[in-house]
Design a protein around this ligand. Structure first.
Ligand code: SF4
Ligand code: SF4
Length: 167
């Protein structure tokens, strides 16, 4: 998948894996059963028998209320980087659902400053994200009820409808 962000940009921002408030914390990543089995269940809470969500813990960073359980705040490193779930791999892209239709969206630049510096509608970039999601089995998992798309939020930038990938 093509990168939207650069490590330098992310190290300047350090916004990922942190949550400002309780609503933000509801957006902690989902883990399918397969993804959950690769990490410590201590860091997860069950959502359905097939799906878990990352737990958050009080953050040591005064700018945020919570951090992901798996974040090493001292080093600003994901403690399960190699096994992080698809939701984390594809950020700032988000698959969202509204009125039973699915959309490829992106976080806006308030959430991810990297979105400002890259045309997230660029065809090659969008196709690389969709191709990654197809290869990772994301859409089949949604079809089979093993994964959930995110309820649409006003702050999401809609890139295109992708309902045909799920049906
Ligand atoms: S919010 Fe965007 S720029 Fe900031 S750390 Fe995350 S991916 Fe990088
Ligand atoms: S699992 Fe890793 S990449 Fe995902 S939110 Fe937690 S610390 Fe960040």
């Amino acid at each position: 998948m093509k990168n939207v962000t650069t490590s330098e940009g992310c190290l300047k921002c350090k916004g990922c894996c942190y949550f400002h408030d309780d609503h933000d914390a509801e957006l902690a990543p989902f883990f399918t059963k397969d993804e959950a089995m690769r990490v410590s269940l201590e860091g997860l809470r069950p959502v359905t028998p097939e799906l878990w969500q990352g737990k958050v813990v009080p953050s040591k960073n005064p700018s945020f209320k919570y951090a992901c359980h798996f974040l090493n705040e001292e080093r600003y490193r994901c403690g399960i980087y190699e096994n992080r779930p698809i939701d984390c791999v594809t950020w700032p892209f988000i698959i969202s659902i509204v009125d039973n239709r699915y959309y490829l969206c992106s976080a806006n630049s308030d959430w991810c400053p990297a979105v400002d510096s890259r045309n997230i509608h660029e065809e090659n970039l969008v196709l690389s994200v969709l191709d990654y999601l197809v290869r990772a089995g994301y859409f089949s998992e949604i079809r089979l009820g093993k994964r959930q798309a995110w309820p649409m939020e006003e702050s999401y930038i809609i890139i295109r409808e992708i309902s045909e990938y799920i049906r």
